[in-house]
Write a protein of this length. Structure first.
Length: 333
């Protein structure tokens, strides 16, 4: 029997920019600190919890962005957890007065941990009585596995590119290009497939509000954006497509996650509602909820809750903080 898995995904993927694409490192041309947390399918007995924390900074002297990211996720059934720490770098090229091109890379150290002592094997069950008194260590030994605690470490390398103009953006990223071996078993081979992503969109100004931002002394922004994010990680593929309305400081959005496929089961996963506030002092806070529309259904899964928070500022000159004109036009969340 062969099983396939895939990386964690965030519904607010633009609120997890370094997780999405290394080329987004330093993309605000400011300094940014952010955190993301996702609780997926809390209605099940064993849910999935994921987090990401990052910091990045843009250097005008080097025309480069540098960053640090820490990612983690845990699946409670086998107490399987993955923890990652990565360093990122990006370089900005000026193609024209309207178009910028960014190239980025990431190197990560990853640790996977699992505890199999709580699993139930068929050899542990007595057919007649249903008794499950066999020690799981014995069942593991019978399967040729001699430990209940496992730890595996490896390096992962990722790259990305991003084109931006005043109102549009398009990017591509490739994670785990070295396809590291993630097997817990000695001499076992279980490669982590490369994760590819294509993402882009357009943001349109629909006027300005009647009030001025107290931090920038500019009229509050009103805009609408349309964007997509296509992901492929063998053998899975998926498309997120959606829109967000920004009525400064309020952000309201809706996404659909799914992709028609040739398989018997339709690839319709979720409809996602997003709400957030983008405060003038550089703090952005977002919340989203995934309404499960697959055969798993919302009643069984409990959907998914996701939170994000970021603080963006200009290092070293408090009087010039929160210069929104420097920010690329990507979604807030």
């Amino acid at each position: 029997m062969s099983l396939k898995g895939q990386d964690v995904q965030f519904s607010q993927f633009y609120a997890a920019p370094l997780f999405l694409n290394p080329a987004l490192t330093g993309s605000t041309e400011l300094t940014r600190i952010g955190v993301n947390y996702r609780n997926q399918w809390p209605g099940l007995n064993h849910s999935f919890n994921s987090y990401s924390a990052y910091i990045d900074h843009f250097s005008y002297d080097l025309n480069s962005g540098i960053g640090l990211i820490v990612n983690g996720n845990q699946e409670s059934l086998a107490q399987l957890s993955t923890n990652e720490i990565g360093v990122l770098y990006s370089y900005k090229l000026k193609i024209s007065s309207e178009i910028d091109w960014r190239l980025g890379g990431q190197a990560s150290f990853v640790s996977r941990n699992a505890y199999f002592g709580g699993l139930l094997f068929g050899s542990m069950i007595d057919i007649g009585s249903g008794f499950t008194g066999t020690d799981p260590t014995d069942a593991l030994s019978a399967a040729g596995i001699f430990a209940t605690d496992f730890q595996h470490r490896y390096m992962s390398y990722s790259f990305g590119t991003l084109f931006t103009s005043r109102n549009m953006w398009f990017g591509a990223s490739a994670h785990h290009v070295n396809e590291p071996n993630v097997s817990f078993v000695d001499d076992g081979i279980s490669k982590l497939p490369m994760r590819l992503s294509l993402h882009g969109g357009v943001r349109l100004n629909i006027g300005y509000g009647n009030t001025r931002d107290p931090y920038t002394n500019s009229y509050t922004e009103r805009s609408i954006g349309f964007a997509f994010n296509y992901k492929q990680q063998d053998p899975f593929n998926q498309l997120d497509i959606g829109t967000q309305l920004f009525l400064d400081p309020l952000v309201i959005g809706v996404w659909y996650r799914g992709l028609p496929t040739k398989y018997a089961l339709p690839n319709n996963e979720a409809v996602i509602a997003v709400i957030g506030v983008a405060l003038g002092n550089g703090v952005d806070i977002g919340y989203s909820f995934d309404f499960t529309v697959s055969q798993l259904n919302l009643r069984n899964s409990g959907g998914a809750h996701e939170f994000s928070m970021r603080y963006t500022f200009l290092w070293g000159d408090p009087k010039s903080r929160n210069q929104r004109a420097r920010r690329i036009p990507c979604f807030q969340y």
